[in-house]
Design a protein around this ligand. Sequence first.
Ligand code: NOJ
Length: 746
Amino acid sequence: MSEKIHSILILLIGLGLAGLSGCSPKPDEDNFEQKANALIKQMSLDEKIGQLNVKWADTRVIDTSEVNQLVRAGKTGAVFFVWGVDKVRNIQKQAVENSRLKIPLMFGLDVVNGHRTVFPIGIAQSCSWDMDLIRRIERGAASEASAEGINWVFSPMVDISRDPRWGRMCESPGEDTWLASRIAEAKIKGFQGDDLAANNTVMACPKHFVGYGAPVAGKDYNFVDISTRSLYEWYLPPYKACIDAGAGSLMASFNDLNGVPSTANKGVLTDLIRKKWGFDGFVVSDWEAILELVPYGIAKDLSESAALSFNAGLDLDMQSETYLKYLKENVENGKVSEESINQAVRNILIAKYKLGLFDDPYRYCNKEREATEVMSDGMISLAREAAAKTSVLLKNEKHSLPISKDIKSIAVIGPLADSKRDHLGSNLIAGDPEKVVSILEGIKNKIPATTKLLYEKGCNVDDTDATMIGEAVKKASKADMVILVVGEDASMSGESKSRSDISLPGVQQDLAREIIKTGKPCIMVVCSGRPLLLTEFDKSASAILMVWQAGIQAGNGIADVLFGDYNPSARLSVSFPRNMGQIPLYYNTTRIGRPVADPDISGKTQDWRSRYIDSPNAPLYPFGYGLSYTDFAYSDLKMSKEKYTGDEEIEVSVKIANTGNYEGEETVQLYLTDLITEITRPLIELKAAQKVFLKKGESKTLNFRLTKEDLAYYHSDMTFRYDPGEFEVHVGRNSRDSQMVKFSVD
Ligand code: NOJ
């Protein structure tokens, strides 16, 4: 059957007109709800329940005939983990040509840091503080994924994370709610564009709703203990930002909230998002999460799990097939109403209409786009730009960086120096490790042939044996400078990869110590999916560049920074602790009755204050921190008025001057303190940020505007409002280095 005839047939079915004369009035083309209702009328209960299932269809592992059979029988509304025009077309064909109702499938995938062109991991992206870059990354990822048949992405991950032991901090936007919310919006815009039905946009699915980033003890899948206030203040706003930006779907998280697993939590899945926030998309479970209600002790069996999840507002069952097996009996015994099944089906069908799948089920299957848009030159240069813009300079003693391209000899040492795979992060799905530029290769590409380049691994990432270190020390001793590339491999972070100790793994500490002992300038390049403990090396290394897992162009982008072709402008989106005991550690803690006078000194001298006796309270590197090769001076911080009344916008201005020797971009951060509050509140909270590019000697005045909403917080009765009174605005380079000005509002 031609695709055109097929689309007409689908349209007729959609109108409830199949088999009739076709002379009935045509409904409004744009009225997806009406179309969905007409289609629902044609559906049996089994077919409805089939739409509420999403099947893992990774054809590398699963027999395609098994998937095809399920699709033909109308027992799945979507599939995931299959991409590539031919494969997708083949499965879609089963749905739209060989199933009774010919309803097209959605094709989902985890596109979390790119698709084929792999970008820096989420936590790295958040350190760019660059919303345009983040939007462009997701725009590119959407074009690439949609060129290979994908129209629904399990992304963005917007879980606030304050505990680096948690393996999935690597995907997260960091510890701050304001920053995460801006990132959330940028990502939704990037994925969904202006028109979901365009063939190069995809439907986003923010995850994991909600509180997944707060497992007790940093252990993935552990229970969480979040107060209603913390939930509203810290964890919900990035999701609200996604929904306000038009996210078409949402993934429920594995964790519980106040004792109710999100999968079965009506309070958040229905009362909050649908009734309060007006969300009209669909909600999918996380992987087989409906099954987990039994070990949670919430459901006595899977039939009850199905009813609890469904009645809570969970539309789509990912992979567990619990709905397929048990929803029907729940309808028959009256525990689930058919009307609510119709509503869930409507949510799914409307998503398919929005994606344009009923008009052309193959709109995302375009061989020409697949050939030209996947890993195009534009994508590769965007990946390089991203690798440079997400690398955070943590230390730069005596301007050790940037490295002069005239340097005579360099020793590149370390277990991650010539690694490729590890830069792709834990979510390696469609990326090809062979296409990664390693750091060693990036350095080779950068230096002239006359520079002598020595390389030695020194140890493997998790070696317990130190025998390879000697050779590395020999090579280091022969060079003018050492670039020491250490950290975690890709398998040490990600889902189910929490660590109880975030030190450099294996004998890498010994390797670093021995290399530093040679007395050669030592540039430490740290690759990992989380902050690591760098306290010792903050004292001993010449420079430290935190590059996270920087994607397919890691080597070139990082070399751009090391050799000064890009002046680092990234700033930490998470605090780096000094030691394990400080965890969880984050900048916006609430004020307390016995604060220490100086968080930088060890608590020994601060008895009867909130402190450790053996460690300062301050982090090693605070939230917002990051160095540049140039210097920036802040001056003329002022408010437009001292007192604001009514709805007046609160305006703040500050002058930034580039006083150093390089052009570069400063990330200017604005924090707010409400001096007297009804309940205890954070000492400071990020409320705005701007990046400003300045040539050498140039200065600019930046203006920030705050509204009354920026001053508001949840009071003891959970109303969100501001208190008239005095406030402080802190503008500066990071959460611990700023200038202050006061204002009041009535
Ligand atoms: C489980 C993960 O928690 C989730 O993030 C992911 O989208 C699904 N698996 C599907 O791969």
